[in-house]
Each structure stands twice: as C-alpha cells, then as structure tokens.
Unconditional design. Structure first.
Length: 326
C-alpha cells in the first residue's frame, strides 16, 4: 500500500507539473489570450530568423499561445521597428531589436521616432562577434600583418560590408581610424555577395558576423585574422581578438526583444522570465552556440542599460567615421 507521505509527494509533483505551463500567469492571468506577433525587421533567413524561431517555439510551448515570427524588412530595419513602436502596448506585438537600432539612432537623422523613448526593453537574446576575414592569396597572416600591408598599399585595398551604416561597415570604419590605415568600402546587399567577392579576390577583406563566415574559414576558403570581441569566439577558438593587436578595439552584433513604450510591467517581466529560461535550455543553448552566438541573460533593466550603452558606443563610431545617412 502507498504511504500517505509517498502519495503527498506524488500529488505535489503532479500538481506542480500541471501548474508549470501557467505558473507565469500570476498577476496577469489573461496574458496571452491570443497569438503574439514577433516582428523581425529583416528578410527571412540567417541568424535573426533562427534565434527568433527558437525563442518563439519555446514561448508558444510554455505560454499556450502561438508566438508568430513576421518578417518586415526594409530601410535598415526601420520599417519593422516603426511598425512595432506604433502598435498598441499590450504585449501582442514584439520586436527583435538589434545593433541596427543602436546605430540608426545616430546614423539616420531622418528617423521619425526616438528609439530610446519609443521602446520598452524586454530581454536580451544573444551577442555575436564579428571576424575580419581576408582572401587566401592576400600576403597577411595576422591583424598586425594586415595593418602593415594596408599602410604599405594605401588606397589599394577594398573591404566589403553588408551595407552602409551596418555594424559590419562601421566595424571597418572604427578599425581604419584606430589603425591609421585606408581602404575602400564596398557595400553589398547582404553578407553573402560580399563574402563571395572576397573569396574570388575581387575584394581583399571583410568584417562579418561569425555566424555567416565561420564555415568558410573552417573549410579554408577564407582566412580569419581576428575577432572583434575582447574574448575569443568558441566557434573560432584559434582566432585571436583584434584588441590583442589594436588595444581597445571592440564591436559585436546583438539581438534582444523590445515592446512598444508603456507595455504593462507585468507582461514585460513575464516575457523576460520566459525568454531568460529559454536561453538556459540545453537544446537552445546548443543551437545558439552552433551559430557562434553568446546568450544574453538579464532582467529588463539590464537589457535597457545595454541598449543605452550600445547606442552610445555606436554614436561615437558614427561621429568618428563622419558617415551619416543622406
């Protein structure tokens, strides 16, 4: 016969299991009562979609309503961003925030909104290092070699990017300023065509997210000289930080979640807890690691502080480069 103590233990465990999917609802039991739209302000594909779909599937499973990824590309992320910040602040429209939001705050003087005052920070998702890659035939093996070669061949080198005003472009501009070198910037519509031209030798190098270039480096199709973060990337452990040669150099791409300003705090806290838990899930952690990304844990205030710091960091780079959207 089952003892009373054993029965109570099983009953308690079963009750906890049944309650777990809805435990988040305390304080706001009605949210979410319908599907939630997760706006990605970029075209389908790449890290933005992978990260978004990973988190949305987890939220759908946990919260009992569909979290649906909706791609709204255009204007460097501004079309999707504006669609979210002008929507009702009820938790049913969320934004995949990114480095572009931090950059555009100073790069694009035509913005019809103040991002910092129009968004409610919800949670961080991931940070992705960039890597300086070069054509295999370029006679350089390190960041120091690259700087020396650029100085010896002023104006003869070209560096690709995924577009004017992107983190890839401005990482190159920061490098130019700090290293005292010159090279021609060649913007492309995305990373892929730029990487193709670097491999062919039409372009000498590129600053790119490790997500889209590490397999080319591993396959020996490109040479990686340095990563842009202070620490080495787990996905390219043999590639040193550029800061080892160029002290103080640091950039990266980041992704997080925002909601329209004035979204109720209990909804923000609920989403933050669930997203933070998702980032600790073994399967999601493994998939994020496969992308070369680093999970961004923290509460809404910490993510908001990071947004402020990143906006200031990129403001300085924009001012240093003298480049503004026309």
């Amino acid at each position: 016969m089952m003892s009373r103590r054993h029965f109570l233990q099983i009953a308690a465990g079963a009750g906890a299991a049944l309650a777990a999917p809805r435990a988040f609802a305390i304080g706001n039991p009605s949210y979410p009562s319908r599907s939630v739209k997760w706006v990605v302000p970029y075209a389908p594909g790449g890290a933005t979609d992978v990260l978004s779909r990973l988190i949305c599937q987890r939220l759908s499973d946990r919260l009992g309503q569909s979290f649906i990824v909706e791609n709204k590309p255009g204007a460097g992320g501004n079309i999707g961003t504006q669609a979210v910040i002008t929507s009702t602040p009820d938790g049913y429209t969320l934004l995949l925030t990114s480095t572009a939001n931090a950059i555009n705050a100073s790069f694009d003087p035509t913005l019809p909104y103040d991002f910092a005052k129009s968004i409610t920070p919800v949670a961080g998702v991931a940070r992705i290092p960039l890597v300086l890659v070069v054509n295999n035939d370029l006679p350089v093996k390190s960041v120091a070699d690259f700087i020396a070669y650029a100085k010896a061949n002023p104006g003869k080198m070209s560096i690709a990017s995924s577009g004017i005003g992107t983190s890839l472009h401005l990482s190159g501009e920061l490098f130019k300023s700090m290293a005292g070198v010159q090279f021609t910037h060649v913007p492309y519509r995305g990373s892929a065509p730029g990487l193709t031209d670097v491999m062919s030798g039409q372009i000498q190098g590129m600053f790119d997210n490790v997500t889209s270039s590490f397999e080319l480096v591993r396959a020996g199709k490109l040479r990686a000289l340095g990563v842009t973060t202070r620490e080495r990337s787990d996905i390219l452990p043999d590639v040193p930080p550029i800061a080892d040669t160029l002290a103080g150099y640091e950039t990266s791409s980041f992704y997080g979640v925002g909601a329209p300003f004035d979204t109720p705090r209990e909804i923000v806290d609920l989403l933050n807890r669930e997203i933070d838990m998702a980032l600790s899930d073994a399967g999601i952690k493994a998939r994020i690691a496969e992308l070369g990304a680093i999970p961004l844990h923290g509460n809404p205030g910490e993510f908001g502080g990071m947004l402020t710091a990143e906006t200031e960091r990129w403001r300085k780079v924009v001012e240093l480069s003298g480049i503004r959207k026309e």
